[in-house]
Design a protein around this ligand. Structure first.
Ligand code: MTE
Ligand code: MO
Length: 275
């Protein structure tokens, strides 16, 4: 069985990836970083500034580039969990997610339970954008979904809320997904910790932030997070939670998981992964 971890967070990989403010500032530096301690120090500081720098220089509300139909990858690469073994999830998938409900709760005026049909009846948005994984690969896909803002506005965000947390169906152990293998019985999930992620309201209300249920004009495949996954224009792939079961609005994520705001963050990755 092939199990993979995310590659260690590499500055050089990140620098090569994107067209974001951080990489514009540091363009051309990547080959010499490891040999030059002062430059390394500069890059380290610049990375810590990324959250603020992106906002000051481009504006964190700036749009990510959108592409044309001819740029779409023939097959969108899947990564991390691709077939959750969780028994409840498998039962929902077997029934084409007809019984799945997205719970929206926490610091909201009106907790919601939304079916896929409910989500599809909200104003839809389609975008062709590039997904950048911290491991150093990119893939362009066409995503369709409901802007997260549409759902948040219906739930009514309470003033104390600072973050939006996405709770997922898949379980992982030390970075290894507990993927379902053919021949395995449906109830043999071996446990682990559920994937989760969080964003702030700059990203939550960004117009390219979608709760996506469609990929390349088809229902979102299980490998890419069916029935619903987050799409962000301006952050790395690991922020884009797949297999979303519940959205929770919180004032702090100190009490959630390991307290760092996400599954990979709890293992040492940056909470803000701007591109
Ligand atoms: N629930 C969940 N979401 C996840 C992951 C995961 O393992 N579980 N992996 C993340 C990573 S590292 C990436 S690059 C993308 C991969 O999305 P894809 O499978 O559509 O390529 O999902 C992100 N969201
Ligand atoms: Mo990733």
């Amino acid at each position: 069985m092939l199990k993979r971890k995310l590659a260690p967070l590499s500055r050089r990989g990140l620098l090569r990836l994107g067209a974001g403010a951080g990489s514009l500032l540091l363009a051309g530096c990547d080959d010499s970083i490891s040999e030059n301690p002062r430059l390394l120090d500069f890059v380290g500081k610049a990375e810590k500034l990324t959250y603020g720098a992106q906002r000051l220089i481009l504006g964190r509300d700036a749009l990510a580039p959108e592409y044309s139909e001819s740029d779409i990858a023939a097959e969108f690469r899947a990564n991390g969990s691709t077939s959750p073994s969780d028994a409840a999830y498998r039962a929902l998938a077997k029934n084409n997610f007809a019984d799945w409900r997205l719970e929206v709760g926490g610091l909201v005026g009106t907790p919601l339970k939304l079916s896929l049909a409910d989500l599809r009846s909200l104003p839809a948005s389609t975008q062709i954008t590039r997904h950048d994984c911290v491991e150093g690969w990119s893939c362009i896909g066409k995503w369709t979904g409901a802007p997260l803002s549409e759902v948040l506005n219906r739930a009514g965000v309470l003033p104390r809320a600072k973050f939006v947390v996405f709770h997922c169906a898949d379980l992982l152990t030390d970075g290894d997904p507990d993927d379902f293998e053919p021949g395995q019985s449906d109830s043999t999930d071996s446990g682990g910790v559920a994937y989760y992620e969080s964003i702030d309201f700059v990203d939550a209300y960004h117009p390219q932030t979608l709760l996506a249920y469609g990929l390349n004009d088809q229902p979102l495949p299980v490998a890419n997070g069916a029935p619903l996954r987050l799409r962000l224009g301006r952050q790395l792939g690991y922020k884009m939670a797949k297999y979303i079961m519940r959205i929770e609005l919180v004032a702090s994520f100190a009490q959630i998981g390991g307290g760092k705001g996400g599954y990979w963050e709890d293992l040492g990755y940056e909470w803000y992964a701007g591109i």
